[in-house]
Design a protein around this ligand. Sequence first.
Ligand SMILES: Cc1cc2nc3c(=O)[nH]c(=O)nc-3n(C[C@H](O)[C@H](O)[C@H](O)COP(=O)(O)O)c2cc1C
Length: 186
Amino acid sequence: MKKILVAVTGASAMIFLHSFLEMLEAENLCVHGICSESGEKVLGLEHHCGVAELPGVEKWFSCRDFAAAPASGSAGYDAMVVIPCSMGTLAAIASGMTANLIHRAADVMLKERKTLILVTRETPLNRTHLKNMLAAHDAGALICPPHPGYYLKPANMKEAAMTFAWRLGDQLGLDIQGRKRWGSND
Ligand SMILES: Cc1cc2nc3c(=O)[nH]c(=O)nc-3n(C[C@H](O)[C@H](O)[C@H](O)COP(=O)(O)O)c2cc1C
């Protein structure tokens, strides 16, 4: 069974987080979560819920708990997805600063050469954002902004968010039931 760590930070685009977790819930996975303080705030403001109401996460760790499992490579997560990833968290990961458990867990994934996906969200992007994305990319992270597959013709925002979740599923090596692909007839 794959072990996936999901980190939520205080960027917009929480609908993408929700669809991604719904997709993971339908798979045979062990999913753990960490949410930053700003993440909890934006989740409430934008998505009108708290982390406990999000689907598919078996266990949430406090982002202040540096003794929690994700702080160590021995915890054995196969992949970590920061969704959405704020520019602040991107900067911390790009520079190796570990001020909370999300930064530390991402640092661990990079040192262990494990999959780290950053769903970076901001617009427009300034030079620092762009430099931090390149630094994180060069350190081994995958920069994956939340762009839906418009070519799959989603009918609404929820469907659009799911087309993006499928792309993340591809990166995690998941074979998602019902996933639409360009060029397939179904
Ligand atoms: C409603 C709302 C939306 C926000 N959207 C973004 C965003 O899209 N990208 C971003 O980098 N920061 C955004 N922020 C600012 C971050 O929440 C803020 O920089 C915070 O310190 C990030 O901390 P964290 O990375 O520890 O979660 C938003 C804040 C609020 C209140």
